[in-house]
Design a protein around this ligand. Structure first.
Ligand code: AMP
Ligand code: FE
Ligand code: FE
Ligand code: ZN
Length: 281
């Protein structure tokens, strides 16, 4: 069974609709795909319909933005009740702050490059979670950069003079809220130092103590040494290990199924969750 537990649609910063992500997943031979948009479950319904149509299993999930002492980290939540008020409130607050922050980034950028907020708005699906990739897409449309990666390398990277942070809950709170919503918490790409700053292992230990269940160890942003460290840390904290693509459609080179998760781990996720169920075909 081929299982990919981390993908994005245009409900956040992916380039395909939720239905397209699911049909691409089926086409690429996956048996199970999780839709994990940043800070929103807006794509769940469309993805569920597409999953039934294509005969593929769907794990409904989310990638919760978190902030630990100024460092941005991501927590995957699986099968949580999307209406649970505690988590919902934090997600709404983060999404709102993401919008103000993106406008501020564009304001700073517009001093140096020909880019306006309306250019960025053209790149965002109504209601989608706004992120730096949408600014990158607007820069591409204006011919300022050739691809998202170039926009991040030159303008949008963490710590750039144009960088502005946004509100996000601390990771221990996020783990608690995902669990209270009946979901299963797994830390996304914990050691991906190439993409920005990473937190110390002590933070991961605190998240595990709050009931986080797993670590996404197999991810293209991890070096071989980071994978090994993840395996060691997961073993010592009694966490399961996942592998995923972090697919963003055309927005990143990541390919569906390039890393996968063991069937036994999916069974553990199903057993731990009490929010919603895996949708089997
Ligand atoms: P934000 O959510 O605004 O903090 O932006 C972070 C998002 O940007 C991540 O979720 C990635 O999807 C995306 N991202 C980060 N670095 C790159 C890159 N080099 N190329 C394409 N997308 C990137
Ligand atoms: Fe993303
Ligand atoms: Fe992420
Ligand atoms: Zn992601």
């Amino acid at each position: 069974m081929r299982i990919d537990l981390h993908t994005h649609s245009n409900a956040s910063d992916g380039t395909q609709s939720p239905a397209e992500v699911v049909s691409s997943a089926a086409e690429s031979g996956l048996d199970v795909v999780a839709l994990t948009d940043h800070d929103t479950t807006a794509g769940w319904e469309e993805a569920a319909e597409a999953a039934a149509e294509h005969g593929i299993a769907l794990v409904r999930g989310i990638e919760v933005s978190c902030n630990h002492e100024g460092i941005s980290i991501h927590l995957l939540g699986y099968l949580q009740d999307p209406t649970a008020p505690g988590l919902l409130e934090e997600l709404e607050r983060a999404r709102e702050s993401r919008e103000t922050r993106a406008e501020r980034i564009v304001e700073l950028l517009s001093r140096d490059v020909p880019l306006s907020w309306s250019d960025v708005l053209e790149q965002i699906e109504p209601g989608a979670t706004v992120g730096r990739p949408h600014i990158a897409d607007a820069m591409m449309a204006k011919g300022i950069v050739a691809e998202r990666g170039e926009a991040f390398d030159r303008y949008l990277y963490d710590g750039s003079p144009y960088y502005v942070s946004h509100y996000a809950p601390d990771p221990v709170t996020a783990v608690r809220l995902v669990r209270q919503a009946g979901g299963v918490a797994v830390m996304a790409h914990p050691f991906a130092s190439g993409r920005g700053f990473v937190v110390k292992d002590a933070v991961i230990e605190a998240m595990a103590a709050e009931g986080m269940a797993g670590l996404e160890v197999y991810h293209r942003d991890h070096s071989a040494a980071e994978v090994q460290h993840g395996l060691d840390l997961a073993a010592s904290l009694d966490l399961f290990v996942t592998g995923s693509s972090d697919y963003h459609g055309e927005g990143k080179p990541n390919l569906l199924g390039e890393n996968t998760t063991d069937h036994v781990v999916l069974q553990q996720i199903e057993a731990l969750a009490s929010g919603v169920e895996v949708l089997w075909p």
